[in-house]
Structure formats: C-alpha cells, structure tokens
Design a protein around this ligand. Sequence first.
Ligand code: MD3
Ligand code: FE
Length: 232
Amino acid sequence: REIAPGAVHVPGWLSLAQQQALVVACRNWARGPVPIRHTKLPNGGVMSVQTVCLGWHWQPYAYTRTADDVNGVQVAELPSWLVELGRTAVAAAYQGRDPATAAAHPSPTHTRDTCTPGTYTPLAYTPDTALINFYDAQAKMGMHQDKDERSNAPVVSLSIGDRCVFRFGNTETRTKPYTDVELASGDLFVFGGPSRFAYHGVPKVRPGTGSPATGLAGGRLNITLRMTGLRG
Ligand code: MD3
Ligand code: FE
C-alpha cells in the first residue's frame, strides 16, 4: 500500500525464517565491536531507543567510520547479504508502480550535487549503512527527518517483534497532517521519492504483540538500510 507518493508499506514481506535469521544477526551485532547503546544527543538528551550501526557509525548529526563514544572503535561492516536484501526490498515495494513513485527528489537541506536526480532502480540501490533500533515497551522516537545522509536514495525499513504505531508526517512541519500506520513483525516499508525527507516517528510500541517464534522474546527491532552518499 502506498501511504504517500514514494512511501510504500508491504505487510508481512519477511518470512518467519528471514525474521529469525535477522534476530540472530542483530543479537550478534548488538554485542560489538560497538555495543548497542542509547544514542546521546548534542543537547544532552539520551534516546530511549537503543541503536547499533553497520557500515558507518551514526551519531547525530553525522556519519563517521568510528565510534568516538567507545574510543574510536570501527563499526562492523555491512554484509553483502543485507545489501542484496535491500535491493530486493526496493524492487518489491516499487514493482508495478509508476517510475515517478521512486524518482529522487531534492531536499531543502541538500544540494543538487550530493543528491543525484533520477530514479533509484533496485540495481542502483546500494545501501552502505544500516541503523538497527531496539525498542523496549517504553521506547519511542519523536518526529524527525532523516537528513544526515548526503543522498536522497530511498530508506528501507524492516520491522520484527512487537507491533508499533508509526507516524508518517509531511515534509514541511513536525506536526499535523500525519497518518498513523500499524507496523507488525515482518513488515517492509520503503521511503523514497517525495517521501524521503518527510517527518516521521514512533509514538508507541504495543508490548506483548510479537511472536516468540521470531526469536525475540519482547520488544521491537527495526532495521533501516540507507545510502549515506559518503565515500571512504
Ligand atoms: C520516513 N526509525 O532510524 S523506521 C530512524 O521504526 C527511524 O525505528 C523508525 O526513524 C523506527 O531514523 C522508523 C521508518 C523510517 C525510516 C526512515 C525514514 C521512515 C522514514 C526516512 C524518511 C521518511
Ligand atoms: Fe528516521
């Protein structure tokens, strides 16, 4: 279902076996080399969500190769099987839709030479970073835009575990109008085209709504794949 131009929700896209494999992989990445942690914000705040990064280390408001919050240790590399999963995800979401759906749009915060105009075909989609978020029953994510990437390539989101309320807003303000969508285990969401720089957040997780069959006893895992537009 396309909830806005370029924002496509594919419920139940991941098989149970894929969810189980992702839970095992995420559990290992959470241990290190850079352990999963509550990201510190420059204003002194701490995120309620816990995050582990692959490929590039994200700390608001920049991507680096090393994590300065753990003495400059390098983050784990992004495995090629996750790059392939991201390509398959973009193909699945944009299959059979008007190519304009996936056409990259500029952002007010990005210049044209760092945002390539044109359509990201699944083959041109080469994510170089993953942010893996873990939500316990109390965790939330406030309304924000993802604009630390110097690319307007789509963001791929995969949900595992407890259901949540995902709030998809607009590109102009962090307030109304917005659309609330329930995300469940196995759901895919691709945010590209004109939706790439929309405000979004997770106001609520629904504890106890996941299946232990995934291997996740409680909480919600969200894996996002991104192109940073950085090199090196
Ligand atoms: C819409 N994560 O990591 S994923 C984030 O469920 C983030 O953990 C949420 O927002 C989560 O930045 C939402 C869905 C998502 C990710 C990126 C987007 C939605 C997006 C970028 C643009 C528009
Ligand atoms: Fe985000």
